[in-house]
Design a protein around this ligand. Structure first.
Ligand code: GRG
Length: 289
């Protein structure tokens, strides 16, 4: 993951706008929000799934950079006063604290739109049909049928807390799961694979994404700000129903492990070649940050 993280960092550094003297601090804020931080988990999923199909690493890294740009934009907007109102992200002041709200909104907007420019570029794949499929899949995963829709449900749940595990699962599947699903499917799209192997990756992403979210809820309860790089205890303070508040700590933990095991079993069809993806499923439930 660290190696992929460093490679994605180089792609981001190359494609993102450079600050120019006399210009507004937009480029600076874009780079502040997306360089030098984060686990780069989504790019690692893209690269690992693409390796299953022998896709050129340079193509996978560009797709990894695009999904990371969407992820970074979502974090910047999620941290705004109108949403989660947070001061700390990735161990440093949130973008609107380091700059101002208007600049943070614009930096998020710019990352969102430029992600699609990266996918649409012929450097990402020689076949325009593959590029269109990537653009379509990432747009669906990020928009109202995916991450943005999940965020809207999350805002609504602040007023009317959810009480059923099914409703929380749906919210999280959209809010965080959709980008994970895109990241895993991207390898199959790049490799032009339309068969059951694509379904296996979808099933893996679904279970791994839920395991990730339960672990995230556990970290919100047990984590320390210096480890997780954000403010812990926010869910409870906001009265939000989470997997942990409904299942309790122990059941949530065992559910996360069960989902991670199940995620690994979906990869049987790939044999040993999917070891990196299995390691991700184990990592997401064991992580401390
Ligand atoms: C504002 C449109 C919009 C969407 C926001 C994803 C999201 C939707 C908000 C993020 C809030 C949050 C903390 C969600 C919990 C799960 C999550 C996405 C955690 C952060 O992802 P990591 O752990 O972060 O991969 P790093 O910093 O490692 O990239």
């Amino acid at each position: 993951m660290a190696e992929t993280g460093a490679q994605v960092e180089r792609v981001l550094d190359r494609v993102l706008p450079k600050p120019q003297p006399g210009e507004p601090p937009l480029a600076e804020a874009i780079r502040y929000a997306s360089l030098g931080g984060g686990k780069r988990l989504r790019p690692f999923l893209v690269v690992s799934s693409a390796r299953l199909f022998g896709v050129a690493e340079s193509c996978a890294l560009r797709v990894g950079a695009a999904v990371e740009m969407i992820h970074c934009y979502s974090l910047v907007h999620d941290d705004l006063p109108a949403m989660d109102n947070d001061d700390l992200r990735r161990g440093k002041p949130t973008t609107h604290k380091a700059y101002d709200e208007a600049t943070a909104i614009l930096a998020g907007d710019a990352l969102l739109t430029q992600a699609f420019e990266v996918l649409a570029d012929s450097e990402t794949h020689a076949d325009p049909k593959v590029r269109i499929a990537l653009v379509t899949a990432l747009a669906r995963a990020s928009g109202s049928a995916g991450m943005v829709g999940g965020q809207a449900l999350d805002m609504q749940a602040e007023q009317t807390p959810l009480t059923e595990i099914g409703a929380i699962t749906r919210l999280q599947r959209l809010k965080t799961g959709a980008l994970f699903e895109f990241s895993c499917e991207a390898g199959a799209i790049l490799g032009k694979v339309e068969d059951s192997r694509r379904g296996a990756l979808q099933a893996y992403a679904h279970d791994m994404g839920l395991a990730f979210q339960i672990a995230d809820d556990l970290l919100d309860v047990r984590g320390r700000a210096e480890d997780i790089g954000k403010t812990p205890g926010k869910d409870q303070a906001a009265g939000k129903a989470t997997f942990v508040s409904i299942l309790g700590l122990e059941r949530a933990e065992s559910q996360a492990r069960m989902l991670a095991d199940q995620a690994c079993r979906h990869l049987d069809v790939f044999g040993d070649r999917a070891e990196a993806l299995r390691a991700v499923a184990r990592f997401v439930v064991e992580r401390k940050a």
